[in-house]
Design a protein around this ligand. Structure first.
Ligand code: ADP
Ligand code: MG
Length: 352
């Protein structure tokens, strides 16, 4: 297990090309669970491959427990990496696949068998040990890939690059549970790459949100939900997306014209277009007039809730309500926000 430090790290794939990964500094706690979350092409795999040693960064250093490993290979770093498509040795049995990293290290047959049995038990692969790996389902093959990382007692971290993409939804849930149990049991650092916010938020203690090669926010799922650092995070995380309404300075306040929504203007307000944002979960339909009103434009169900989208001259506002609202399109409805729900943004960034 290792604390991983990315120091002044950045990457371009060719000299003079734009950054695939913009300069960053980050520490990953030993034994933590992390998710790298962002749309396709935002630099997640680039960052993961730099941590694992598959890719040498064009700038900066990678440190494991204070030791510079930038020039070391994946094997020398003791990193286990699981990819979107399971990597298995097709001509070997499940047991041989699991034991292979130990065979390569010259461990004795008996010790290998003990270790393989323990890992197979943990992953539910014990009944399949003698089967040809070739004959497994995609889910099972992915478990074998993961198991090969786990057999080594000295593994520094397990890096998973969209490993659940090929897995069916039920198994995804199951695999995520297994990963968390393994993290709790062995204390191994885990980094999961995903473009699925639910996957990231349910797996990780800390989520790294990326966009266009940049780390835009690092925080717990609660922090990302309560205080998104940018419009992008507010829209990418949460369903439906956070509401943002254009705002203006009005004396000593920042207000959304015609709504009664306002916050005190901070002393050092950064330049940029102003907006006030709030989560659909932090608003409710009001019996009276509320703070402002909107016309019902659309309604749709999400589980036991109903999302009501209301139009207002300031913009569209979505509110999460209990299902069964006696509403029809065009109805005029009052909206009230929970205390402390409003956030101020300037130039698309949260103003502290
Ligand atoms: P993600 O994993 O988030 O989908 P990647 O890290 O794979 O994103 O890619 C980040 C950016 O770097 C993209 O613009 C991608 O096209 C580019 N890129 C990735 N791999 C290479 C490569 N081997 N050579 C050149 N450009 C690459
Ligand atoms: Mg990728």
């Amino acid at each position: 297990m290792a604390e991983i430090w990315l120091q002044n790290l950045a990457h371009t794939y060719a000299p003079g090309a734009p950054y695939a990964l913009k300069p960053l500094d980050m520490t990953w706690r030993s034994g933590g669970t992390y998710a790298l979350l962002g749309p396709s092409g935002c630099g997640k795999s680039t960052m993961l491959n730099i941590i694992s040693g598959l890719l040498r960064p064009s700038e900066g250093r990678v440190l494991f427990d204070g030791r510079d490993v930038t020039a070391l290979s994946t094997g020398q770093r003791n990193i286990a990496q699981v990819f979107q498509v399971p990597v298995i040795y097709r001509s070997m049995t499940v047991g041989q696949n699991l034991g292979f990293p130990l065979v390569c290290r010259g461990m004795s047959g008996l010790r290998i068998r003990k270790r393989v049995d323990a890992v197979a038990e943990r992953l539910g692969l014990a009944p399949l040990l003698k089967r040809p790996a070739n004959a497994l389902t995609a889910d099972q093959k992915q478990l074998v890939s993961l198991g090969r990382g786990l057999v080594r007692a000295d593994v520094a971290a397990i890096l998973l690059d969209e490993p659940l993409t090929v897995i069916d939804p039920h198994m995804k849930f199951e695999l995520r549970r297994i990963l968390k149990e393994i993290n709790a049991e062995f204390g191994v650092t885990m980094v999961l790459v995903t473009h699925d916010q639910t996957e990231a938020m349910t797996f990780a203690e800390e989520v790294i949100v990326m966009n266009h090669g940049e780390v835009v926010q690092v925080g717990s799922p609660t922090e990302l939900f309560e205080r998104p650092a940018t419009h992008h995070v507010g829209q990418f995380i949460g369903s439906p997306a956070m509401n943002f309404l254009p705002a203006q300075r009005d004396g000593d306040r920042i207000a959304v014209p015609g709504t009664g929504l306002a916050l005190p203007a901070p002393v050092n307000l950064p330049d940029g277009d102003l907006a006030l944002g709030f989560r659909p979960e932090h608003a409710a339909l009001a019996a009276g007039d509320g703070q402002f009103t909107g016309q019902v434009a659309r309604l749709w169900f999400e589980g036991l809730d109903e999302i009501v989208a209301l139009s207002n001259p300031a913009g569209e506002v979505r509110v999460r309500c209990p299902a069964g609202q006696p509403l029809a399109r065009g109805d005029s409805v009052g909206i009230r926000l929970r205390d402390g729900a409003l956030r101020l943004y300037s130039g698309g960034r949260l103003v502290a």
